[in-house]
Design a protein around this ligand. Structure first.
Ligand code: SF4
Ligand code: SF4
Length: 349
C-alpha cells in the first residue's frame, strides 16, 4: 500500500515561529487529507531532551499544533517514559522537573510508566523476539497519539525517528530492559546495604533481603523498579550474562525495536511528525551539547511510521550521508507496522 508523507522544507536556523507554523500546517494537512478522526484526548509523545542537551526539539515548536488540537476540542498532554540509565530522566519526579525546566508547560506532563517505571500494560504481538511487550500504562488510556520525533543519529540504533520514538519511547523501564538485555535485574549481594527500599517497590514479592540478598527469577516480572530505586547501585542488569546476551543479540536490536513499535501502535489512530532539524550524530539522551552535522531539512508528517522514517532516511541520503540501522525500517515493514513505499507530497508556502 502506498502511504502518503507530507513534507515542508524549513530554511536553516529558522526562527521557532516558523517551526510552530509548519508543524501546525502539517498536522492539519494530515488530519484533513487523510481523513483522520481526532479523539477527544490525545497523548503528544515527545522527548524532553536530557539536561545539558541543546539540540532536542524545543517545547515552543509544538505550540501551534497544541492550539490547533485545542480548537478541535482535543485535550492533550505531553507523554514520556523514564529511561534505564541515570540522569534527570531516570524516574518520574526528576523527569517531570526536567520537562518543566525545558519549557514543556503548555499542557500537563504525564510519565506513562509510573514513579519508578513499574506501571505497564502488556500488549501481545506474538513476534519473533517478544510474545508481548511492556508499554507504559498511561498510553492505554489513549486511542490516539501524536508522535513527535526528532530525526537524528543514535549510537545503538543507528538513527532514531518515529519507529524508535514508538518503541523505546513508549516502553516501560522493564520494556527497555527487554529490548537492551532480555534479562531481569539481579542484586549484587556485596553492594547491598539491606535498606529494603527495593522490596517496598516490588509488586511481585520477588526480592529477599537477608544474609544473602537476591531476586527470585520465577516471581520477577522484570518491571525494573528495584533497579530504578536502589540508592547503592546494588541492583544491576550489567551482569556477565546480561552483557553477553546483549552482545550476542545486538544484530537483532533493530528487530526488537520494531516489534515494540508495533505493540505501541496497536489499536491506535496515530499521527506522526518527524522534525529533521538540528540533525546530530547522537540522540537527545546525550547530556552534553552536540552540533548538527547536516543542514536542516524540514518537517515530515504521516499516519505511517514506516513511511515517514523511510522518507527522512532517504532525505538524509540525498545530502550524501547514510545512517546505520535501516534494518529497523525493513523489519517494521515486514511485520506490518507500515509501508516503505510512499508518495512524498511537498507543501509550498
Ligand atoms: S535497595 Fe539496594 S541496597 Fe537497599 S536492599 Fe535493595 S538492593 Fe539492597
Ligand atoms: S524484582 Fe523484578 S518485579 Fe520486583 S521490582 Fe525488581 S524487576 Fe520489578
Amino acid at each position: 500500500m502506498l502511504s502518503k508523507v507530507y513534507f515542508k522544507p524549513v530554511a536553516p536556523h529558522a526562527p521557532v515561529e516558523i517551526i510552530q507554523r509548519t508543524a501546525r500546517e502539517l498536522l492539519a494537512c494530515v488530519v484533513e487529507r487523510e481523513a483522520v478522526k481526532l479523539s477527544a484526548k490525545a497523548a503528544l509523545k515527545v522527548h524532553f531532551g536530557e539536561k545539558g542537551n541543546v539540540t532536542y526539539i524545543p517545547a515552543e515548536s509544538y505550540t501551534g499544533m497544541i492550539h490547533y488540537l485545542k480548537e478541535k476540542g482535543v485535550e492533550c498532554c505531553f507523554m514520556e517514559t523514564s529511561v534505564l540509565y541515570g540522569g534527570m530522566r531516570f524516574n518520574r519526579e526528576r523527569h517531570t522537573q526536567l520537562a518543566l525546566e525545558h519549557g514543556f508547560t503548555q499542557v500537563p506532563v504525564v510519565i506513562a510508566d509510573g514513579a519508578e517505571g513499574e506501571e505497564f500494560t502488556e500488549i501481545p504481538i506474538h513476534g519473533k523476539h517478544f510474545e508481548k511487550c511492556r508499554i507504559g500504562k498511561a498510553f492505554a488510556e489513549y486511542d490516539q497519539m501524536i508522535v513527535l520525533s526528532h530525526f537524528k543519529g543514535h549510537r545503538l540504533a543507528g538513527f532514531g525517528g518515529a519507529i524508535k520514538q514508538l518503541s523505546m519511547g513508549c516502553a516501560s523501564k522493564g520494556g527497555k530492559l527487554d529490548m537492551h538485555f532480555g534479562i531481569n535485574p539481579k542484586i549484587i549481594d556485596r553492594k547491598c546495604k539491606r535498606c529494603h527500599l527495593c522490596q517496598t517497590r516490588c509488586h511481585s514479592n520477588a526480592i529477599t533481603i537477608g544474609s544473602r540478598s537476591f531476586i527470585d527469577d520465577s516471581k520477577c516480572v522484570g518491571c525494573g523498579a528495584c533497579y530504578s530505586v536502589c540508592p547503592h547501585k546494588a541492583v544491576s542488569v550489567m551482569t556477565v550474562r546480561g552483557i553477553l546476551k546483549a552482545l550476542l543479540t545486538l544484530r537483532a536490536f533493530p528487530e526488537r525495536l520494531a516489534e515494540y513499535a508495533l505493540a505501541a501502535q496497536k489499536g491506535k489512530r496515530n499521527i506522526y511528525l518527524n522534525f529533521a532539524l538540528n540533525i546530530t550524530k547522537h540522540c537527545d539522551c546525550e547530556s552534553t551539547p552536540q552540533k548538527a552535522f547536516l543542514p536542516d531539512i524540514g518537517v515530515f508528517a504521516s499516519t505511517d511510521p514506516v513511511a515517514i522514517d523511510e522518507a527522512c532516511y532517504e532525505a538524509v541520503k540525498r545530502l550524501g550521508k547514510k545512517f546505520r540501522g535501516h534494518a529497523q525500517i525493513t523489519y517494521a515493514e515486514k511485520i506490518g507496522l507500515g509501508s516503505r513505499e510512499h508518495e512524498l507530497v511537498t507543501l509550498s508556502d
